[in-house]
Design a protein around this ligand. Sequence first.
Ligand code: AHZ
Length: 310
Amino acid sequence: VDVVEPATLPHKGSVAISNDKLNTKTADDVAEGKWKDFSFDAIRESQVARAMARRYFNDLDRYAESDIVIVGAGSCGLSTAYTLAKARPDLKIAIIEASVSPGGGAWLGGQLFSAMVMRKPANKFLIDIGVPFEDEGPYVVVKHAALFTSTLLSKVLAFPNVKLFNATSVEDLITRRDESAPGGVRIAGVVTNWTLVAMHHEDQSCMDPSTINAPVIISTTGHDGPFGAFSVKRLVSMQALERLGGMRGLDMNTAEDAIVRGTREIVPGLIVGGMELSEVDGANRMGPTFGAMVLSGMKAAEEALSVFEE
Ligand code: AHZ
């Protein structure tokens, strides 16, 4: 393998490797199960670094002005993203997820059991994304919550107008004065940082964040916890919301209806869905039944789309 040194590489970091093994022979060998002389085509480490960095920085540039930002990629946020991206391929949708692994609490059912329960009519969403289920009458059961989350995630990520920034936290909201709004402010974007940085503001200094502007933010950060209920807690501390109602105890029957019905714009520019909403409205929790997360995501998407249809 004759690797050309960087000084003589052509512009734009393109490959300049002359290698007499650069052929399709290896693919044929793999197909035929001939592993003894297998080798990949040669690569230079900088090609890998540039392949990742160029795309990431292009995305940061492209999505610095987004149409919609979804905060939190749990079952509600991902359902929102799917509904939006499918309906409006022309809108730029950024998803900001604090964790490395998107999906929030939807990788398992309750108490770390595998199966996921959804009450009808949320099964229509499962049919749409192609997730099989057992029909139990008023509710359906997916054999493993991870089947729901991985299928939904793969569909969301395949949309060309969606970018997921994971391992990235929203650590504040961008605001604009708006005298017509009840709290005098409109939300106009999000303030972001690497989650690992956001977790170390206490012991490191000078770690300023970055920003994304968007006319519509949809917050689905789950109920209160180390990272949960982020946006609504911030609304209270900035006095755009008087106080939180506080999530109430578990009652599946009241909880799911309340979350779906209540999904709405809380202050101008900020729609709240999923369990984050229970902290605003003082709604019950529903525990391990996920139909309301899907339908709340669909309603949040509809609320957002009405802004662009005005
Ligand atoms: O990592 C969080 C999770 O993936 C992410 N998140 C939270 N704060 C964030 C921030 N920036 C970026 N500041 C943030 N991301 O938000 C996601 C929330 O997912 P979730 O599964 O916790 O919430 P959900 O509302 O989509 O689903 C709730 C599921 C529950 S909890 C529950 C109960 O306890 O009764 N019942 C159901 C169905």
